[in-house]
Design a protein around this ligand. Structure first.
Ligand code: NAP
Length: 251
């Protein structure tokens, strides 16, 4: 890479997004660290800068059209035209169907689907103009169906259809789009699930690991490694794919 390219990672103040932001910085990208609370992005930015990288904290809600437009313009000006987008911001509002509120359905759709759509639409112009871009969307093994997650499973399956369509529309401009579908990753999101079902997180992780072929739960770095592959120069012929990163086969 001759000039520094800019990568944009949403939901990057913690968890998988923070791991992805740090890995892309190690890979040589300048990184926009987006999350709801700008102050919460600062520690990730400071870690990247301390390691010699370049980063910018941006507070915005990915489901807010105006905020997304303004935030992406700020990133393009402050850091450089976005060349990589990782749609990672996510929430869960789990419940069995008969107890699921319409508000919890809408929230999950807004963050995962509307958020990914708005962010992608806002950055695609920079990528097509440059004739190079990489879009990586976070799906989940829950896309295959998961009890208590009708909203989340539908959104994560939707992300896969969205990704394949982006690959079809943007390929001719040098832009690839792929999805990563993680299994159990140790983050605040899985800790929250453990709390909801009244289980100690360590016991919850042990129980999950016993069902995973590689006999362990995943870490943000496992997902960051896959993002790094899709974002790389060499992955230009890989597009429209869904990669399950779950310690075993899923389909
Ligand atoms: P996490 O620890 O809960 O982090 C998600 C981040 O997204 C949080 O910092 C959150 O901010 C932010 N966020 C939420 N809504 C947002 C919005 N509207 N705009 C901007 N940022 C927003 O979750 P994670 O486990 O790292 O998950 C990251 C992604 O991987 C998600 O898309 C998730 O669905 C997916 N995934 C995770 C797992 C897993 O096992 N952990 C498995 C499969 C897929 P706040 O803290 O302010 O809410």
């Amino acid at each position: 890479m001759t000039t520094t390219r800019t990568a944009v990672v949403t939901g990057a103040a913690r968890g998988i997004g923070a791991g992805v932001a740090k890995r892309l910085a190690e890979d040589g990208f300048a990184v926009a660290v987006i999350d709801l609370d700008e102050a919460a992005c600062k520690p990730v930015v400071e870690q990247i800068e301390a390691a010699g990288g370049k980063a910018l904290a941006v507070g915005l809600d990915v489901s807010d059209e105006q905020a997304v437009q303004a935030g992406v313009a700020r990133i393009a000006e402050g850091l450089g035209a976005p060349a990589v987008l990782v749609n990672n911001a996510g929430v869960i509002r789990d419940n069995l169907l008969f107890k699921m509120s319409a508000a919890d359905w809408d929230t999950v759709m807004a963050v995962h689907l509307r958020g990914s759509f708005l962010m992608t639409r806002a950055v695609q112009g920079y990528m097509t103009e440059a004739g190079w871009g990489r879009i990586v969307n976070l799906s989940s093994t829950s896309a295959l169906g998961n009890r208590g997650q009708a909203n989340y499973a539908a959104a994560k399956a939707g992300i896969q259809g969205f990704t394949k369509t982006l690959a079809l529309e943007l390929g001719r401009f040098g832009v690839t789009a792929n999805a990563i579908a993680p299994g159990f990753i140790e983050t605040e999101m899985t800790a929250e699930t453990a709390r909801r079902i009244g289980m100690d997180f360590e016991d919850f992780k042990r129980a999950a690991a016993s069902q995973i072929p590689v006999a362990r739960t995943g870490k943000p770095e496992d997902i960051a490694h896959a993002v790094s592959f899709f974002a790389g120069e060499g992955a230009g012929f890989v597009s429209g794919q869904v990669l399950y990163v779950a310690g075993g086969p899923k389909a």
